[in-house]
Design a protein around this ligand. Structure first.
Ligand code: HEM
Length: 402
């Protein structure tokens, strides 16, 4: 984008704002074609078999927001809200403005914006749809290391927003929250981030705030059993209602990292905790990031090279009867606590066709003996049924709500 064109763009946007007279609440629209960088111009299709935002590459900025239906808001009101939200998400994902646009993202393209909607367990009681509630929404078991804040957990409705631009992401958050109007009230909201696209010499797996390469052994869409592990099959799974076809279950955990304790370890000790090298994410048994770890390998003294309690061993499908999930977290940093420690960590989000064959068995095992447990604290939790995607003219959740 040349400076001349950039100035031309700003000028056009400024004229559009001026033309509305700047009146409070007046919608701002973009009617001038804009030449965008590749980051800005990338659009993720909104419509499809699955909702966007599940298999999408990790985006630089994320917002998670949960709502409770307002007293008196019934199934009809919820359906109208999902219809409004779908319309907004559709427009913004295509880089268009909304009907009452705030102008926050006016000069930017869609920037890989995705918006993903889910239903929490309590949604079904509030709307008289108990019979349609998936068994997979039964409450997660308690784990011994949980330190959960109820006010920042669960919720009737959940929305995940991701984009490669902070203003685009906030714009969507603000628009959806305004759409909720009198129908639903914000219960909790969290902000996260990942590395920006283009920050590294070549695209690579992102790092978390402990400095580890995180996401290496995620299932991949090209795996034969990917769909079976991550999405509810056509017609619904054995224990899923038909409206969940093409959907997935999201487990969300706000996991605080005790970074001062972690940073006190030597790099060698940090690597023992995970079972992988910090520099490049390769397993301690050798090779590159993508080499399979050799869980049987022993050192000269006969001790396992990847320790018995190393996170990557305890969490691996090979040691969990095949339990697998797609981990798509954001990092978070909410300032410093009263002791001066960073309130930072992982907004852990994992996707699976069945939480009892994904998150639950793995977290049970991690809870019993994961070397990482001493350096993290699970502070909030949510479990949501995320319906399949919709076609143009439909709204997300229509098969449940119509
Ligand atoms: C693997 C970090 C929490 C499940 C890994 C790896 C790292 C990591 C660095 C190795 C690279 C990779 O394959 O991605 C963390 C951190 C956590 C955390 C920092 C908390 C702050 C969790 C939780 C679960 C989980 C709560 C699920 C209950 C897994 C799984 C793997 C993995 C399934 C792949 C294991 C394999 O197939 O080899 N994690 N993790 N992690 N983690 Fe975590």
């Amino acid at each position: 984008l040349s400076r001349r064109r950039l100035l031309g763009t700003i000028g056009a946007a400024g004229a559009a704002i001026g033309a509305t007279g700047g009146a409070v609440g007046t919608a701002v629209t973009r009617d001038t074609p804009v030449a965008l960088s590749t980051v800005g111009s990338t659009a993720v299709p909104f419509h499809g078999k699955h909702q966007p935002g599940i298999t999408v590459a990790p985006q630089a900025c994320g917002h998670l927001i949960a709502f409770d239906l307002a007293p008196g808001a019934d199934r009809k009101a919820a359906a109208a809200l999902l219809r409004r939200w779908t319309g907004t998400a559709e427009r913004l994902a295509a880089g268009r403005t909304t009907t009452d646009d705030t102008g926050i993202a006016l000069d930017a393209g869609p920037s890989s914006l995705t918006v993903t909607f889910g239903f929490g367990r309590t949604f079904f009681d509030r709307t008289g749809l108990e019979k349609q509630r998936p068994a997979s929404l039964d409450p997660l078991p308690d784990f011994s290391s949980d330190a959960l804040d109820a006010d920042r957990s669960n919720g009737d409705l959940w929305v995940r927003i991701g984009a490669d631009d902070a203003l685009v992401a906030f714009h969507a958050l603000r628009a959806l929250q305004k759409d909720a109007a009198d129908t639903a009230r914000v219960r909790w909201q969290m902000n996260g981030f990942n590395r920006s696209s283009g920050a590294t010499a070549e695209p690579m797996t992102t790092r978390n705030l402990m400095g580890q390469v995180d996401g290496t052994r995620n299932p991949r869409p090209e795996d034969e059993d990917f769909d079976e592990r991550i999405f509810v099959p056509d017609g619904g799974g054995a224990k899923d209602p038909a409206w969940m076809a093409g959907g997935s279950y999201a487990v969300v955990r706000r996991i605080r990292m005790l970074l001062d304790d972690w940073d006190g370890l030597s790099v060698g000790d940090q690597e023992q905790v995970i079972g992988r090298r910090k520099s490049d994410g390769s397993p301690l048994t050798g090779g590159s990031e993508t080499t399979l770890p050799d869980l049987e390998a022993r050192d000269a003294d006969g001790r396992p090279v990847i320790a018995a309690n190393a996170h990557a061993r305890v969490a691996a499908p090979e040691t969990n009867g095949g339990a697998a999930m797609l981990r798509r977290p954001f990092s978070f940093h909410d300032g410093y606590d009263e002791k001066g420690a960073p309130d930072a960590g992982l907004l852990f989000i994992c996707w699976q066709a069945d939480p009892l064959r994904g998150f639950v068995p793995v977290q049970r095992k991690l809870d019993r003996g994961d070397a990482l447990s001493a350096f993290i604290r699970h502070e909030a939790s949510g479990l949501y049924a995320v319906p399949g995607g919709c076609a143009p003219g439909e709204y997300v959740g229509q098969r449940l709500l119509e």
